[in-house]
Design a protein around this ligand. Sequence first.
Ligand code: MN
Length: 203
Amino acid sequence: MAFELPKLNYAFNALEPHIDAKTMEIHHGKHHNAYVTNLNAALPGSGAENLSIEEICKNISKYSPAIRNNGGGHFNHSLFWEIMAPNAGGAPAGEVAKAIDTDLGGFDKFKTDFTQAGATRFGSGWAWLSVKPDGKLCVCSSPNQDNPLMDISDCKGTPILGMDVWEHAYYLHYQNRRPDYMTAFFNVINWNKVNENYLKAKK
Ligand code: MN
C-alpha cells in the first residue's frame, strides 16, 4: 500500500503572518510530496512494504538511506502540519502543560531549551519534544530527517511536537534568520494537538 500526502487541515495562508502562504504551499506540495513519492519508490523489495510509517521508523537501521531520509521526511512532516494551527500558540494546556512543569522546569525553560535545540542543530534537522520510554518529557534535536522514533536515534522517544529547522521551512520569508522563524513558530503551536499526542504516547 502506497503512502499518501496528507491533506492540510487549514489553508496555505492560515498561519500568516508567522508562516507565509508560499512557504506552506511549497513545503507541503513540493517538499513533503517528494518525500512521499521517493519513499514509495524505495519500498519495493525492502521488506517494509506493509509496515506503518511508525514501524518503519522504529526499525530504520534495517532499511536503505532512501527509506531513512524519505520515511523520516514523511513521518516528520505529517506530524508537523498537525501540531500547527491558526489562532493557536500561547501557553500549553492540559496534561502536557503539567508535564512540562514537572519534567522540564516550566514553559519558559522549555521554550528556551527547545529554541536552543533548534538553533544549535547545524545544517538541516528538527527540534523535538518527546516522551521518553520512562514516560518523562525530553527536548532534543536530530539531523536531516531523522527523528526520536528511529532505532538509530541518540534521544529515543515518541515525538509529540517537532519544529522543522531546514532552510526550506523559513528561507522565503525569514532568509537566514532562523531565530526569528523559531520565535514565530511558537505563535502557531497547536497545544491541544500536542496534548492529544502526549496522552497517546503515555498509554
Ligand atoms: Mn521540511
